[in-house]
Design a protein around this ligand. Sequence first.
Ligand code: C2O
Length: 484
Amino acid sequence: MPKTPSPPVGKCAEVLMKHAKPTTRRTFLATSGTAVSATLLGPLLLNADRAFGATLVVRRNVAHMDASDPTLASYRTAITAMTALPATNPLSWPYQAAIHGTSTTPAQTAWNTCEHGSIYFWSWHRMYLYWFERIVRKMCKDPCWALPYWDWAPGSDLYLPAPFRDPASPLFTTRNAAMNNGTGSLNPLAVDIGPAFSLTNFYSASSSIEGPHGSVHGQVGGSMCCVPTAALDPIFYLHHANVDRQWNLWLAQGGGRSDPVFDATWTGKTHTFFNESGAAVTMNACQILRAAQQLQYVYEGEPSQVLQYCRRRPPWPWWEFTKELIVKLPIPPIELKAVPVSFPIDLQLIREKLAPLLESKTDTLLLELDDVEAATQPGAVWAVFVGPPAAAEANAKSPYFVGQVALFGSGIRDEAHHEYKPAHFTYPITRALQASLQANADKVNVTFVPLGIVIDGKPTRPEVKSPVRVGKASLSIERAREAK
Ligand code: C2O
C-alpha cells in the first residue's frame, strides 16, 4: 500500500493528540517541521495514505478516556442540547434515534431506515454515524469532536465504559442492571468476531459480524436491546463506531478481501440522513469507501486504511465468489431456549464433497440457518458449535466454535420496521468439520449453547423471554476464484 511519508496534520488531529493518553513516546514531525510530543496517534496519522483536509479527526478508544475527557464532556453537552430540542427537529436526540428505529408514529423523513440482515449493514451504519457525528460537533460547539469507539471484542473491554455507568450523567440510561453497575460484562463467546474475520467474501463477513454485534445489543440490554429504541442509548454510537472500525480491520487483513465495488446494487443504493443544518442529504456507498479521504476520520490504533474505489479493480488479486448449495439438512423443529439443544449432520451426505474441500485454500464450507425467528426480542444469545462442544471447551478458541445466534433487527415479529423478514445466519465450518473428521465421526452435532452476561467472572444462564425457532439449515460451499 502506498504511504505518504508526512501528510499535513490537521488542526483537529493536533488537538486530539494533546488529550490522548500517552501509551508510547515518540517524536512526531508535523509538516510544519514542529516537533510534537506524540502518542499512538502520531504513527497513526503518518499511516494515513493521502494528504487529507485540515479537519481529519481521530475516533479514539473510549477505554483511554475518563469521565473528564473533553470528548466525553462535549458528548454530554451535545446530548443535553439535542434532548432539549423538539422531537420534530432532525437535530434532536429522539429524531436522530428514530432514523435508526422507533415505534413512534407517524414516521418522519428517514425514520426506521437502519439496515440489518441486508448487504447494507456496514455501509448504512457508517453513513449514519458520519452525519450524527457532524450534528454532535455542531451541538457541542467543538469543531474537532470525533465519536469514540467501544472496543468490546474479547481481549479488550467487555465492561460498559465507566463514564456511561454514572447515573447522574447524560451518558447513563436504562440497561441490564449488572452492566450498569459494573459487576456484569459481555460474554466473550457472544461477542467473538473470529468467524466473521475469517470469511473473505464481503457479504458473508458482513452477515457474520451481525451476530457479535447483535450480542452487544442484547447483553447491554435496556434500550439497546431492540431496534425501535437502541439509538436512544448514548453507547449505541460507540458500539457502532467499533463495528465500523471492524470493517476497516476486516479489509486490512488482506487475503483478497474487498468491498463489492462492482456490485451496482450495493454501490448504487442511496440513503437519506440530515446534515448539521437540518437539511436532508443522501449518500451512497461510493462516497464512504475510504473513511479517511472521503469522510475525514481515522480510528486510533488502526492500520493503514485500505483504499477502495467504486468500479475500479483493486491492485491485489480480485476474487469472484460463487456459492453452491450442497445439501438441505433435514432438521427437526428447533427451538432455542435456556438449555443447549443440538441437531445432527449426517456426514455420509457430504463425505465425497468434503474431501477436496478440506484441502482447498479458497473454498469455505458454510452452515446457513434460515427462517430464524422469535415472537419478541429473545433477550438471550446462543453460541453455535459444530462438533463436540464439551462444556469445558465452550470458548472461542475451540475449533468447534463457529459463531452466534443473536437476533437484532430481523427475525423479531413484533418489532415494527420497514418490512418484516426472518433472520439468516452464516457460519464458516471448514475448520470445525476438519476437527470432527479427524476423529472419524460419521455424524456431527450442531449445538446451540445459551449465553448470559458474565457476572463477577462467572458466565450466567440467560433468561429467555421468547424462544427462537430455526426453520431451515443447509450446507453450501463458497468458492473464491481469481477474476480475469
Ligand atoms: Cu442498526 Cu446495532 O444497529
